[in-house]
Each structure stands twice: as C-alpha cells, then as structure tokens.
Design a binder for this molecule. Sequence first.
Ligand code: ZN
Length: 81
Amino acid sequence: MLKIGTVKWQGKCAKHPKFSPSSDGPQAIRGECQRCQDLMTIYENHQRTLRLMRTFTPLARKKKTPDPITARQQNLFPSNA
Ligand SMILES: [Zn+2]
C-alpha cells in the first residue's frame, strides 16, 4: 500500500533563473550547471512517476473483489437447485 498526498514544489537555479526544464529541455543547460541538471532530473522523474501512476491505476482496479450486488444475484440461481 502506497499513499501520496498532494505535493507542491518549486525550485530554480540562482545562476540561470530563466531555465525551465519543461519548455527548454536538457540542451538549454549552460556549462553543465549542476543545479540546472538537478532540476532537469527532478522534472524527468516527476513525469515518469505520473506516467507510471496513470498506467498502474487501471490494473489495481481489475484486482478488486467481485461486485457484492452481482455476487448476491448469482446466489438467486444456485447451480445445484
Ligand atoms: Zn544553472
């Protein structure tokens, strides 16, 4: 079981405050700046996590136990009657 609440996070590079990982991309990082590279890594990992969560949820729902109403209705017609 994993629960994650709403996370609001902001970060920027003091040397390159205009660098935006989402719109600029990794090729816009100047001088191999570690701060900008960290922002890029955080952005990429966040995107990957969101994708994983979206694809994980439908699988988790399929594993649910059968609908109790459907199970009750099936009991109205016992096979050994
Ligand atoms: Zn930077």
